[in-house]
Ligand binder design. Structure first.
Ligand SMILES: NC(=O)c1ccc[n+]([C@@H]2O[C@H](COP(=O)([O-])OP(=O)(O)OC[C@H]3O[C@@H](n4cnc5c(N)ncnc54)[C@H](O)[C@@H]3O)[C@@H](O)[C@H]2O)c1
Length: 381
């Protein structure tokens, strides 16, 4: 299925029998990530750090963790921490990952890996040199319906892949999760501390899926990008893959008057993967907008057309977080290559900036040429 330049080998990790995990950042998304470590019998969460008054201590109480710190240097100096999960604002990932690597800790970092490709490459190089793992925790690649779709595709259920469509809608929800979010967790996303808005912060997940589903590079991007309230960026984009017979489209809409069912953010996704013998649909992800089975397979062969639904698969968006955390433990304990290495995270960043560059210039852009970052027109700098 095309050349597989995405499956770069991760550095060989030092195998650890029972990793002791330190959590760096106890903000809005921390509980979803930490749940996977807390329930994994192969590891222990031993420390948490957050400089915000009372936040680390409160998280430590909630998670049953012994030690809390307000200074990252203190957590990194703790000899009983083998590995860290970096859950800090994205613009701090570079400094925090480098500090952790220098302290000899294995690192799992939230998406996006960094604000620029330059920074991300420096982080990957530092981890390689120190001989520690650096991976990105990408919950969409561990979302069970998307994992099933990728597996069915690999088994040939829809024949040779020809297209992928990645649909995202952002609307409203009144979920307990959304209502419980701290406002300070939004602010750094909407200023010059970020190189862009929603197409950077959230769509990085969809870029990660677009690359992973076919295990090959995207070599050309065209896009129209708009700007709406806050940081939302409606967008229509076209991707051309290495294999010229495969195309992708990505559309992102902002619908502030539309309410949708969700246990999490007020957003949802719909993925359509087409092959020359069928379709695969993943009908939800962050939310539960549609009353449809989470995965539907259409096989259309001469003399036999069948539609198969997979209604019982775990379609909770939170499952992707838990499984992503478990995947880090797979790497540390069993040496399994991480689902998203730093190399792949850099490709996702390049794709993101290629969308902005294509929107700014109205030209087709090769993501592989992006070496730093691209800010969308009108974004505060
Ligand atoms: N996988 C997903 O779907 C998903 C969803 C939301 C956020 N994220 C990512 O997770 C990261 C955090 O996002 P968030 O929404 O929780 O943000 P947030 O601002 O709510 O949380 C960040 C936390 O980091 C803390 N922090 C700042 N400096 C620190 C330091 N030196 N040491 C330790 N802690 C420090 C802050 O005080 C805050 O509590 C971001 O990179 C974001 O992109 C991923």
């Amino acid at each position: 299925m095309g050349s597989s330049s995405l499956t770069a080998m991760a550095p060989t990790p030092a195998l650890i029998t029972r990793p002791r995990i330190g959590i760096v950042g106890a903000g809005n998304i921390a509980s979803l990530n930490v749940a996977g470590y807390l329930e994994d019998p192969r590891c222990d969460v031993v420390a948490v750090c957050d400089p915000k008054e009372g936040r680390a201590a409160e998280a430590a109480r909630a998670w049953g963790v012994d030690r809390s710190y307000t200074d990252l240097a203190d957590l990194l100096a703790d000899p009983e921490v083998d590995a860290v999960e970096i859950l800090t604002p994205t613009f701090l990932h570079h400094d925090h990952v480098l500090a952790a690597v220098e302290a000899g800790k294995h690192v799992s970092c939230q998406k996006p890996l960094a604000n620029t490709v330059t920074e991300a490459r420096a982080m990957a190089a530092a981890a390689d040199e120190a001989g520690v793992v650096l991976r990105v925790s990408e919950c969409f690649r561990h979302y069970p319906p998307l994992e099933l779709a990728k597996q069915l595709l690999a088994e040939g259920a829809i024949g040779r892949p020809t297209q992928i469509r990645l649909r995202t809608v952002v609307g409203q929800t009144d979920s307990e999760f959304q209502n419980g979010l701290e406002i300070d967790g939004y602010l750094w996303r909407m200023t010059e501390t970020s190189p862009g808005g929603h197409l950077f912060d959230d769509m990085i997940h969809k870029y990660a899926v677009a690359l992973w589903m076919f295990d090959q590079d995207i070599v050309s991007v065209q896009a129209a990008v708009r700007r709406r309230d806050h940081y939302f960026e409606p967008c229509a984009a076209i991707f051309a893959y290495e294999d010229p017979s495969i195309l992708g489209t990505m559309d992102v809409s902002y619908a502030p008057a539309m309410w949708l069912r969700s246990d999490y953010y007020g957003a949802d996704e719909f993925f359509e993967i087409q092959g020359d013998e069928g379709f695969l649909w993943v009908t939800r992800c962050t939310g539960q907008m549609l009353d449809l089975p989470a995965v539907v397979l259409y096989e259309g062969r001469q003399g036999k057309q069948t539609t198969t639904s997979f209604p019982h698969i775990d379609a909770d968006w939170g499952a992707g977080f838990r499984r992503a955390s478990s995947n880090f433990i797979d790497t540390l304990v069993d040496g399994v290559p991480p689902e998203m290495s730093a190399t792949e995270a850099i490709k996702a960043l390049q794709l993101c900036f290629a969308v902005y560059e294509a929107g700014n210039t109205r030209q087709a852009i090769d993501p592989r040429q992006i070496t730093h970052s691209v800010v969308p027109d009108g974004w505060p700098q």
